[in-house]
Ligand binder design. Structure first.
Ligand code: AMP
Ligand code: ZN
Length: 447
């Protein structure tokens, strides 16, 4: 397999260090309902895992849920997003985390994403966070200010390398009033102290004072504990490169003396109608919003897979409609395969898998699927690769029923709705339901 590696900025041959590929995915901050952009990375990393498995690799994968410490600003200022959510909803931050974790994990299932081997909640790793801060301090990487323990980035000369950060530029552009006790503009909190009178329900005693971990630390400690560094592949969104992942790398090195990851994959941001996804523009669609407009989570997954994870992708409802039609068209091809008894033994799947194995080029794989003459076995493998429930959603029916469905499609095309309704009723009696699409009806068994 070939993968683009952010660390080297090259597409490289991928080979794991050991027998099992160790993968970590930075997961969501569970303080509100995720929008469709948030799901991009999880769909593309699901494709990565499926592709590795089909290439014969064993995979061990950890996904975290951030339920503490992620502040509204990247500069160690602002409110903790979970505390903000709690205030907004009149709940405790723990209740907020529980509520949105459930929605996230339900959506995860709807998208047919393979379950991670471990789903790690940040609040379950506080002891490990404290141990890591102790180690960083012992190794001389931290200093204390009034509001927390900070990482002294000047002590890690490679700090700027990963993101090719322009530290001088950062210094010049630093806002007046950035925590004046910071020694360097890129320094960041590994632990925050809660000040007397400050509201922060999630708190743990460390160094004799209440506090909570800085956001980036959870990923470093979870990886260290659950996978062991270095891992083979670390994944996230492009926004993680300059701060979150840069800081995870620095923390891992300072605490454990190790490299964090060998390969780094980042997916680009999705825009909606040519604009950034943002509350103020009213375009923060959730999967539920799409469902209300007649699109399933898998239609959206099809939309994502129709493009490349590193491409800038613009979401519109027209393009979602096209993705929905593509998925339905593929299902119709499967339906036709059930009826087709001629021998189609050519193996087209290896070509499709090769496309995805080349830096996850799902767009090229989709184009190949559109134009190849595939057999049922190919479709089964495509389902394994994409997780689109193509076969499960397209049950095999008798030739007699298939002919009725085709006859009804024909009647609808000719606007002969009397005949089409009559056939629909006949099929209903035989427990067959229909969903009409622009490219014909999709049928399912009524239970
Ligand atoms: P959060 O739950 O706020 O931590 O967000 C999870 C991740 O979703 C972010 O870190 C980004 O990598 C990703 N993300 C946010 N907006 C978009 C977007 N418009 N397109 C793709 N990914 C996004
Ligand atoms: Zn992370």
């Amino acid at each position: 397999m070939k993968l683009y590696n952010t660390a080297t900025r090259k597409v490289e041959n991928f080979k794991p260090l050991g027998e099992v590929v160790k993968i970590y995915t930075c997961g969501p901050t569970v303080y509100n309902t995720a929008h469709i952009g948030n799901y991009a990375a999880y769909v593309y990393w699901d494709l990565l895992i499926r592709c590795l498995k089909l290439n014969g690799y064993k995979v061990r994968r950890v996904l975290n849920l951030t339920d503490v410490g992620h502040l509204t600003s990247d500069g160690d200022e602002g409110e903790d997003k979970l505390e903000k959510g709690a205030e907004r909803e009149g709940k405790t931050p723990f209740e907020v985390a529980e509520y949105y974790s459930k929605i996230y994990l339900d959506d995860y299932k709807k998208l047919e994403l393979l379950p991670a081997d471990i789903i790690a909640r940040a609040t379950d790793y506080i002891k490990e966070d404290m141990e890591a801060v102790d180690l960083m301090t012992t190794n001389g990487y931290t200093y204390e200010t009034r509001d927390g323990i900070y990482y002294d980035t000047a002590k890690f000369p490679e700090y700027a390398d990963f993101a090719k950060l322009d530290i001088e530029g950062l210094k010049a552009g630093a806002r007046v009033g950035f925590s004046s006790e910071k020694r360097n503009v890129s320094d960041f909190a590994v632990w925050k102290f809660i000040q007397p009178g400050e509201k922060h329900a999630m708190r743990w005693d460390y160094l004799g004072r209440p506090g909570y971990p800085g956001w980036h630390l959870e990923c470093a400690t979870i990886i260290h504990k659950e996978l062991g560094d270095p891992i083979d592949i670390h994944t996230g969104g492009i926004d993680h490169i300059p701060i979150h992942h840069t800081n995870e790398i620095a923390e891992t090195y300072a605490a454990y003396g190790t490299k964090l990851a060998r390969f780094w994959l980042h997916c680009d941001f999705i825009t909606v109608d040519g604009q950034k996804i943002s509350k103020s523009l009213g375009n923060t669609y959730s999967l539920e919003d799409l469902e209300k407009r007649g699109f399933s989570a898998l239609d959206y997954k099809m939309w994502l897979l129709s493009g490349h994870y590193q491409g800038t992708r613009n979401f519109t409802f027209e393009s979602l409609e096209a993705a929905k039609n593509r998925r339905q068209n593929w299902r119709e091809k499967i339906a036709a395969c059930y009826q087709d008894t001629t021998d189609k033994s050519a193996d087209h799947f290896s070509e499709i898998l090769n496309a995805v194995s080349n830096n996850l080029n799902s767009a090229e794989a989709c184009a190949l699927i559109d134009t190849s003459n595939l057999n049922l076995e190919d479709w089964q493998k495509i389902d394994e690769l994409f997780g689109l429930r193509l076969i499960a959603d397209t049950p095999n029916v008798s030739e007699e029923i298939y002919n009725l469905i085709t006859k009804r499609d024909e009647a609808r095309k000719n606007k002969d709705f009397i005949t089409s309704d009559k056939i629909r009723d006949e099929l209903l009696k035989q427990d067959i339901g229909l969903n009409d699409t622009t490219s014909g009806a999709i049928w399912y068994y009524l239970n």
